[in-house]
Design a protein around this ligand. Structure first.
Ligand SMILES: [Zn+2]
Length: 140
């Protein structure tokens, strides 16, 4: 996979997420599937596929963006814990899943489900998405 057919470098991602913010080293998106309220992606602003490909300044800057988004989600939704997930088998462009979890919520103590069970995915109205985005933006 390269820049030309990358999920995050083309417009393909736009069917699955909504823009929250552009940060210094990343783009931030709200996942359309909101079983974990406030779940976001932090997508590196250049096409690289492994953390070790970045120089120290880029890596530190990107990780600061990841932490900033996690902190904003913490302030906005007060979860019991933020989970961070980085996979990339299919869409290898570096991106963190930022997943707020609660002790009373789904899969506490276990890795969250990346896409949710078919038929149980939680989608919202455009107005509800915008309310969540505004709550997160207020803390970025
Ligand atoms: Zn890419």
């Amino acid at each position: 996979m390269n820049h030309d057919n990358c999920f995050y470098c083309t417009d393909e991602y736009k069917d699955y997420m909504k823009e929250v913010a552009i940060l210094e080293h990343s783009r931030v998106y709200l996942n359309n599937e909101q079983e974990y309220p406030g779940r976001c992606y932090v997508v590196l602003d250049i096409h690289q596929t492994e953390l070790f490909q970045m120089d120290d300044d880029k890596l530190a800057g990107y990780m600061k963006d990841v932490a900033k988004v996690a902190q904003a989600i913490q302030h906005a939704f007060s979860p019991d814990k933020i989970n961070y997930a980085v996979y990339g088998d299919i869409d290898s462009h570096i991106h963190f899943h930022i997943v707020p979890k609660t002790k009373s919520g789904k899969l506490w103590g276990w890795p969250f489900e990346l896409t949710g069970e078919e038929g149980k995915k939680k989608f919202l109205t455009e107005e509800q998405y915008q309310q969540i985005i505004n709550r997160i933006r207020a803390y970025l």
